[in-house]
Design a protein around this ligand. Structure first.
Ligand code: FES
Length: 183
């Protein structure tokens, strides 16, 4: 089965997809890297991408959808430029994760599971982020913030807002070593 070319992926991403696929003797083993590639380019996984990955890996769309829905890092709809994820698993919940989320919802003006009206920030609950001894734990894109009490959550929200205008963001994400961080 040949893979229909997604209209949304650039030619360089398609070249990279072929290169990725060549690394795996078992075609289905390329499922996760192809999904990551698509999400890095588009920000989320559309139905078109699911069909494309299924064809490339010679699996079915439902198999690929199962992978997408299993891993919380995959987005199934357009999302914000910053992803703010609050751990809600028991250790973090007992240390006030829901209060931290309430502060973040107020700061960003949107509920969990939503994206701000200007498309800048997506807010969501996730399960364990593997830092259970220092909850509440919040992840902003690839950076982890621990002991995120409600007061510290306000500081983090401000740092996230400031980062939207920072062209070096991603090289030096807001955090304990950055000047705006007072957590
Ligand atoms: S329970 Fe929150 S990081 Fe593990």
């Amino acid at each position: 089965m040949s893979a229909p070319t997604p209209k949304t992926l650039s030619s360089s991403a398609l070249d990279r997809a072929d290169e990725i696929q060549g690394r795996y003797p078992e075609k289905r083993s390329a499922t996760l890297p192809l999904l990551h590639l698509a999400q890095e380019e588009l920000g989320w996984i559309s139905d078109e991408i699911i069909q494309w990955v299924a064809a490339k890996t010679e699996t079915s769309p439902i198999d690929v959808l199962g992978v997408v829905t299993f891993y919380p890092m995959f987005k199934q709809g357009p999302s914000g430029r910053r992803h703010v994820r609050v751990c809600r698993t028991l250790p973090c919940a007992l240390r006030g994760a829901c209060h931290t989320m309430e502060v973040l919802e107020k700061e960003f003006g949107c509920k969990h599971g939503e994206t701000t009206a200007d498309g800048s920030v997506s807010l969501e609950y996730v399960e364990c982020l593997a830092a259970c001894g220092s909850g509440p734990v919040v992840q902003v894109d690839h950076a982890l913030y621990e002991n995120l009490t409600p007061d510290k959550a306000k500081t983090l929200a401000e740092a996230v807002r400031n980062s939207l205008a920072d062209p070096s963001y991603g090289l030096t994400p807001p955090g304990p070593d950055s000047p705006e961080w007072e957590g």
